[in-house]
Design a protein around this ligand. Structure first.
Ligand SMILES: Nc1ncnc2c1ncn2[C@@H]1O[C@H](COP(=O)(O)OP(=O)(O)OP(=O)(O)O)[C@@H](O)[C@H]1O
Length: 774
């Protein structure tokens, strides 16, 4: 069979017909799909082929080896395809992502969505890494669809996103950034939006995102389908009301199972002192060198410090860190690197606790106690995903061990393991050395210490968390510090508390700050007192301010501490972090009652040197200086300066006059010297050769007849005594006109040799002789 090569118009016609035919086929396919939805029974689904999905989606699934749907996928996909609002709850790692991505693709496909229709689906997640992960899955599964998808997360170029936003059909985003586009981007339009998805819905709807989510929902069309998914799904009526769900279907596929956590997960805990956690974690890393491990801490500063020191301690596994204060590009890089690594240790805050699907994680260690049962479930859910197995280890101090009961009550099987002290390797001595060597590391350790206390303080559940339960000195030592850093907010708290109670007790209380405060019973005004004080320059304070903005403090949780809401944090960072202006700095100094430094210079015998130009000399000025405190009365200072100015002007004009006088004197002296010189030279010109006849005959003096010469000879010798011809080729700076006429020295040694004197000496000698003669 021969093919005719098509050109120009033929090509476009053929394409048009082919497209037309394809469209017809797809329209038929869509008709068939609609008719099948009601007939499918989820319990009978054995493979994705049993679900009425478009050929494009089926192809994408098969290509990525998704053949058998998980329970949550079977149950929820069909409901979503029927157009229902779905509240999906299933264990971690059970495939919830596909459970909402497949309906999104299908809904838009059925509606023949094109780039001209704008945004058709919005998928909102609490963290950037999770958004990226969903985007990557969508790109793989939706490969054969023609929709465009976009990732709208903070930390990226807003302009770049803005120009492409109107072309996107499926937008995957974090709440803060989406709101930013809604507010600022005229090209962003979601009036046609069909599906709204909230992954980690309970987190998206909690107080940390409350304002952002409320504003987003206000901007969305009320006629839409809403899908909410999480391993710890919200059942709060208030949450559902905010989203105006219509008759939602609650799909909790594992609700009646024995355990809340994945079957392949083995969970254990160790009860130890807070200061023992560091040695235990380090020993754990050393003992599990051929494993992929995630270790969670409550604050960014702890992650940062532990990362710095573990790297220095050089374990066999590479150590990485992932926390909310890192640059976005770095975060993405770490995320991808840890995905690829076979063996590695990832130290992370709770930004990595939800939804992230790192392949083959063997261990999840919780270095700090999670804020509640839900946080625990998400953290341990980073291992034992889908059909894999994994292990988890929780470290708690005596007080925090109260969480174990709660975990067990929530159907979480967990057993205690005892540590063999002989197997624990403490890195404390090395840490002390590192910290002693580096001020930066020391500061990092101090920040880790303080932020840990703050996180404990802010935890809602006071039956589990109590700053008093932490041995601050030993905890600081375990971090390599030689003393416990000051935790200022606790001190302020204590101070205020003691003022209220009994001012006489102040001294005693200040000595033992941590023992005296009633953290568990913090009153609202006390919290304001602690956190609203602009005096604090602690980097962590901004973090807490952000949380306070959207949370009631009673509801502040550990993962909230970690700035999961990247955009909200970015947006509010600038507002929450007070800018230290000069005026504020001045006020701060004023508050501390510090006097400005003054430099006094003394003479050797201890007398003060008073510089007229630098010190106040007028009476008013001296009075002003004497009365100077940390505060400056500007009016008074101005008046004093005016008086000092008058004095200074006088002083400088006097100095000017004096200089002028000196200059005149110098000029006068010079003129006189010049005149004298002129006079001298004219006198000399008029004089004849010097008469040296009076000099004794050297032959007589030295008794050397051979060397004797006539008087004329002697004269001629003197005449030869020019600088050019005599002792030195160097020309003297002294006026030589006069000296050329100096008779040559006829001084000789006893042996009759001429004395080889330097020119100057000879000249001086000659001059002396002349003057003697005169
Ligand atoms: N039908 C399937 N067949 C094979 N693998 C699947 C299937 N569904 C999901 N998976 C895989 O299971 C893993 C976990 O899926 P997913 O991330 O969607 O879980 P999740 O329920 O969203 O977890 P989390 O609650 O932690 O967010 C992923 O690696 C995914 O590729």
């Amino acid at each position: 069979m021969k093919y005719k090569k098509l050109k120009g118009d033929d090509v476009s016609k053929a394409t048009f017909h082919a497209k037309g035919k394809k469209r017809e086929q797809e329209a038929q396919e869509i008709e068939n799909l609609y008719s099948k939805y009601d007939k499918v029974d989820p319990s009978e689904i054995e493979s994705f082929a049993d679900i009425p999905l478009s050929g494009r989606t089926q192809k994408g699934l098969t290509e990525n080896n998704y053949t058998v749907p998980t329970i949550i996928q079977k149950e929820s996909i069909i409901l979503a395809l029927r157009g229902k609002d779905v509240l999906g709850a299933a264990k971690t790692g059970s495939g919830k992502t596909l459970a909402f991505l497949i309906p999104v693709l299908e809904v838009l496909f059925r509606q023949k969505w094109s780039s001209l229709d704008g945004v058709g689906a919005l998928i909102i997640t609490p963290t950037r890494e999770l958004a990226l992960q969903i985007y990557e899955t969508l790109v793989k599964v939706g490969k054969y669809h023609e929709f465009s998808a976009g990732l709208i997360i903070g930390g990226k170029d807003l302009k770049f996103e803005r120009n492409r936003m109107h072309q996107m059909n499926i937008v995957i985003c974090t709440p803060g950034r989406l709101l930013q586009h809604m507010d600022e981007n005229p090209l962003f339009n979601c009036v046609n939006m069909q599906v709204l998805v909230l992954d980690e819905a309970d987190r998206c709807l909690d107080l940390g995102f409350e304002k952002a989510m409320n504003s987003i929902v206000e901007n969305l069309p009320s006629q839409r389908q809403t899908l909410l998914f999480s391993a710890t799904q919200t059942k709060k009526v208030s949450d559902l009301a905010r989203l105006s769900l219509t008759d939602p279907e609650y799909v909790a596929v594992h609700e009646h199972e024995k355990y809340k956590t994945p079957d392949g997960l083995t969970q254990s805990f160790i009860v130890c002192e807070t200061h023992e956690k560091m040695p235990i974690i380090w020993s754990f890393i050393k003992a599990h060198s051929r494993q992929k491990i995630m270790i969670f801490f409550s604050t960014c500063n702890q992650v940062k410090y532990f990362h710095e020191v573990f790297k220095k301690l050089r374990p066999r596994n590479p150590v990485m860190a992932l926390q909310g204060k890192m640059h976005q590009l770095k975060r993405m890089e770490i995320y991808h690197t840890f995905c690829r690594k076979e063996y590695a240790v990832l130290l992370a805050t709770d930004i990595a606790a939800r939804g992230l699907d790192f392949p083959s994680v063997d261990w999840v260690v919780q270095g700090d106690c999670p804020e509640d049962v839900d946080a625990y479930v998400h953290r341990v859910g980073r291992t034992a995903r889908y059909t894999r197995t994994g292990e988890s280890l929780l470290l708690v101090n005596q007080k925090e061990s109260a969480i174990i009961e709660k975990l067990e009550a929530s159907k979480i099987p967990i057993s205690e393991i005892k540590v063999n002290p002989l197997q624990i390797i403490s890195p404390q001595a090395k840490l002390e050395l590192f910290v002693a060597k580096s001020n930066e590391l020391k500061a990092s350790a101090q920040r880790a210490f303080v932020s840990y206390f703050k996180s404990i303080f802010l935890m809602r559940d006071k039956t589990i968390f109590d700053v008093k339960s932490v041995d601050s000195y030993n905890f600081a030592r375990s971090l390599g510090l030689i003393a416990a850093p000051r935790v200022r907010f606790i001190q302020r708290m204590e101070k205020k508390g003691s003022q209220k109670q009994n001012s006489d007790d102040n001294d005693q209380e200040e000595e033992d700050v941590l023992q005296t405060i009633e953290i568990g019973n913090v009153q609202k005004e006390d919290r304001d007192f602690i956190f609203n004080d602009g005096d604090s320059d602690d980097s962590e304070s901004e973090m807490f301010a952000i949380k306070r903005k959207d949370h009631e403090l009673e509801k502040v949780m550990g993962d909230v501490l970690e700035l999961e809401d990247d955009e909200i944090s970015e947006e509010t960072k600038s507002k929450s972090k007070p800018v230290l202006t000069k005026a504020k700095l001045a006020k701060k100094i004023l508050k501390k009652n510090l006097l400005p430094n003054k430099k006094i210079v003394f003479t050797d015998d201890g007398k003060e040197i008073v510089s007229q130009t630098k010190q106040k000399v007028t009476e008013a000025g001296q009075d002003f200086e004497a009365s100077l405190g940390p505060a400056i009365n500007l009016e008074e200072a101005k008046k004093t300066l005016e008086q000092e100015d008058v004095h200074d002007r006088k002083l400088y004009s006097e100095l000017g006059r004096q200089k002028k006088r000196e200059r005149k004197l110098r000029q006068k002296g010079k003129r006189k010297r010049d005149e004298d010189q002129e006079k001298d030279s004219s006198d000399e010109d008029s004089q004849s050769e010097p008469d040296l006849s009076w000099l004794p005959d050297p032959d007589d003096v030295y008794d050397n007849p051979d060397e004797s010469g006539s008087e004329e000879e002697g004269v001629s010798k003197v005449q030869n005594l020019s600088p050019e011809n005599s002792f030195s080729s160097k020309k003297s700076n002294k006026p030589v006109a006069k000296k050329r006429k100096i008779p040559k020295s006829n001084i000789r040694t006893k042996a009759g040799d001429e004395i080889d004197l330097p020119l100057e000496e000879t000249e001086d000698l000659a001059l002396k002789l002349i003057s003697l003669k005169n």
